[in-house]
Write a protein that binds this ligand. Structure first.
Ligand SMILES: Nc1nc2c(ncn2[C@@H]2O[C@H](COP(=O)(O)OP(=O)(O)OP(=O)(O)O)[C@@H](O)[C@H]2O)c(=O)[nH]1
Ligand SMILES: [Mg+2]
Length: 464
């Protein structure tokens, strides 16, 4: 078996490592079908390899005739495929050793191992999907909540593309008007209807761009999630709360102060927001060396947190140490928790916390009895989302990359508006129009630079 140059054909294992019911190897490129025929022996000797049909057979090493696995194989003819090239998928048993042996065989036949995200990059480069849709694929793969998933699917369906494209169309049309005037400079004033253009800048550029920027703000929380840290003196019940929220005995709970030493983090879905919840070591002064290290980590978590749950013991009441700790976290967005309310005889008074604390929401809970959890989750949601929950109706969530281009497009549209007000000449108007258009082209991937593309596709896993 000689080595052939099949390097325009790429392959990778597309299912996650580990064992499962099936594992899939995907190939894309002109040699896909020929390669499949080299190593696949269909049960039906006269197998026609019709496009998009699954055939049963064996993968057999062409040199040794050893059977590598019993599989189902499918050939999909260009262009109705994921990459728009010829694609082959081999559905094997879900064992990484089987998958690797078949992949290695393909590589010895001259196939090139696909880079992470390369299949999706091909789909984009070959014009099947725009860049916002390619990015949606990453979001689908990494979504942690149902809502994040819905947002990503909407974007794959074109929710963002359609809105950006509508603005692009307006810009192209406005540019045409302005360009006519450039060709007839003497009649500039008559040709450019400044009043009409001013209105169009507002209605067709500024308003939709501003809406997209708002959506970026709102969507961020559902896409990226928030980090919430439970903080308090030792023994107030922080780990009990973590366990109660997760409905599992994740962290050790004892009546001994100083039980938790390391930080423990887990994920929760709170009404669609992926919440990273962190339990920390109780903070106190006279701790041993290991506990001190834990306290140091707790401090770091506090600084990185989007929200701090400051826990108090309602039975024990507020002590000087609580006040001192409060003063050190007071600069962060906070929720106050009065825990162990099942043991408390009277409501916790926050008077001694000073005027700062009166504006902070206080939630009464019993971590041990799992009381107040619904109220707590609602309070967390309200604090992190605060007024940003109109997202549902809009169904589009530009990411950080989109947002920065949207901002610049908005700046260009503002300049354009000012220019129209000052009756600047058409050639200058054309510059601002083009600046605005350039930014939108970056979003959908018409003029996106190679290094930006690299950053995007590097986020993918192998085989996608
Ligand atoms: N009655 C009652 N006991 C609780 C409640 N929450 C926690 N406890 C008890 O308080 C003790 C300390 O709980 P932990 O969850 O370990 O407290 P912690 O804040 O994580 O403590 P450190 O890790 O030492 O900082 C345990 O004995 C818990 O069973 C509650 O709501 N009610
Ligand atoms: Mg603990």
């Amino acid at each position: 078996m000689g080595i052939m140059d099949n390097s325009d054909t790429i392959a990778a294992i597309s299912t996650p490592p580990g064992s499962g019911g099936i594992g899939i190897i995907r190939m894309s490129g002109t040699q896909s079908l020929a390669l499949l025929k080299t190593l696949f022996q269909p049960l039906d000797k006269k197998c026609p390899f019709d496009s998009h049909r699954l055939y049963y057979g064996k993968i057999v090493h062409p040199d040794t005739n050893r059977v590598l696995d019993e599989v189902l194989a499918v050939f999909m003819a260009s262009p109705k495929t994921y990459t728009r090239e010829d694609v082959v998928e081999i559905h094997c048993h879900g064992n990484i050793l089987v998958l690797q042996s078949i992949l290695e065989l393909l590589l010895t036949l001259g196939v090139r191992l696909a880079d992470p995200g390369e299949f999706t990059k091909l789909a984009y480069l070959n014009g099947r999907i725009d860049l916002t849709r390619a990015e949606a694929v990453i979001d689908i793969l990494s979504a942690r909540t149902r809502k994040g998933m819905e947002m990503a699917l909407d974007q794959l369906g074109g929710s963002l593309y359609v809105q950006v494209d509508a603005i692009r169309s307006s810009l192209v049309q406005m540019r045409a008007v302005v360009e006519v005037a450039i060709d007839f400079p003497d009649e500039d004033i008559e040709i450019v209807d400044y009043t009409a253009l001013t209105q169009q800048v507002r209605d067709d550029l500024l308003f939709p761009l501003e809406r997209l920027l708002r959506q970026a703000e709102e969507g961020k929380i559902f896409r990226d999630g928030v980090s919430v840290v439970i903080v308090g003196l030792p023994n107030v019940g922080k780990s009990s709360l973590l366990n109660s929220l997760l409905q599992e005995e994740r962290a050790l709970v004892t009546s001994i102060p100083g039980t938790t030493r390391d930080t423990i983090e887990e994920y929760l879905d709170i009404q669609g927001v992926p919440v990273r919840i962190v339990d920390t070591a109780g903070i106190r002064k006279n701790a041993d060396e290991v506990e001190m290290m834990g306290i140091e980590r707790a401090r770091k978590q506090i600084e990185q947190a989007d929200l701090v749950l400051f826990m108090l013991d309602a039975q024990r009441g507020i002590r000087e140490e609580d006040r001192e700790l409060f003063a050190t976290v007071n600069h962060k967005p906070l929720l106050l928790l009065a825990n162990k309310t099942d043991l408390a005889h009277s409501a916790l008074s926050l008077d001694s916390f000073g005027p700062d604390a009166t504006a902070i929401p206080l939630v009464q809970i019993s971590a041990k009895q799992q009381q107040g959890m619904t109220e707590l989750k609602a309070a967390i949601f309200k604090t992190v989302v605060s007024g940003k929950d109109q997202w549902q109706e809009e169904g589009c969530a530009p990411n950080v990359r989109h947002k920065s281009a949207l901002r610049q497009a908005h700046d260009a549209a503002l300049r354009l508006g000012e220019g129209l007000e000052q009756r600047i000449t058409s050639d200058l108007l054309a510059v601002d129009l083009q600046d605005c258009l350039d930014q939108l082209n970056i979003i959908v991937g018409i003029t996106t630079t190679e290094d930006v593309l690299d950053v995007i596709f590097e986020q993918f896993c192998l085989g996608k």
